[in-house]
Write a protein that binds this ligand. Sequence first.
Ligand code: NAP
Ligand code: GLV
Ligand code: GLV
Length: 323
Amino acid sequence: MKILVTRKIPEPGLRKLKNFNAQLTINQEDRNLKHEELNNLASDADAVLAMLADNIDADFLKSHPGLKIIANYAVGFNNVDIEAATNNNVVVTNTPGVLTDTTADLAWSLLMAISRRVVEADKYTRAGKFKGWAPELHFGSDIYGKTLGIIGAGRIGQATARRAAGFDMKVLYHSRSQKEDFEKETGALKVGLDNLLKESDFVSLHVPLTDETHYMIDADELRLMKNNAFLINTARGPVINEKILARALQENWIAGAALDVFEEEPKVHPQLLNLDNVILTPHIGSATDKTRNKMAEMAAESIIDVLSGQKPENVVNSNIYDK
Ligand code: NAP
Ligand code: GLV
Ligand code: GLV
């Protein structure tokens, strides 16, 4: 059996794979594989442990007939053509749950940093501009008592909402289905997208990237938001029209944005780089050692399960087992 790991993952995951009786190829470069490299290295692989930047499209799946599993090292799987995987009898797994709280923590880090202008204040202090406490220095916006709007009330959206209790916030959510337990626990109210955008002081995105959620936040939606509201994105870049967002921030349609994900990673829209009312982080939602170790173990276990003829825990295309 041959396993390809498209980029070095934390040791706990590698250890599991090394202890499994298979031929292991690990990309040793400190960068993602180019599509052609991925194609070649995976040529006779039974399993690929893939990164979210690896484009596992229909062509790739068709041209690797021996492939049995793609274990995506992420909860999001928009980089994999799921239908083509199923058609080609390839199991797709992801890493849900273990990164939920870590990612919700980052959403809050961004929310707090943008509203109190922490990054700007740090730059100001380092630049030697701090000349002593001043009555009107560097005003930000309060967080407590405000309204938080969660778009996509799944695992991470709900975990982000739960954290609002300590800030006495009102929580609104927009999702496809009603979440009664979540409502009971947090007092969150389900509203339509337009009302959420009109009423929230903080809008936090937690939907997966799909055809439906692509550009879910475009000009009309940004126009609906209050001009003192903030937009937080730890979901996927293309959920927002980034070019329009840059314009909205420049023209103060909204007060600010904090983004962990971008439309064409690793590119960032150049206009965003020059604005003070935006915080930019390099897709670090799940980036703590504990969480990345768990994700690595989970992806490795999925591969070992499939290559041992077992059904892994986190199958995305579970209908493949009904075929
Ligand atoms: P999840 O549990 O599947 O939650 C996603 C939620 O989005 C679901 O509850 C779903 O609603 C909702 N949704 C889907 N399509 C929708 C639509 N068209 N309109 C409204 N709501 C919609 O997934 P998760 O584990 O919370 O992860 C969410 C996403 O976060 C991932 O897909 C990934 O892209 C991103 N992520 C990013 C990072 C990072 O590093 N920044 C880390 C982890 C995850 P219903 O339940 O109502 O059907
Ligand atoms: C990260 O973005 C993930 O989807 O796990
Ligand atoms: C500020 O530092 C205060 O004591 O109010």
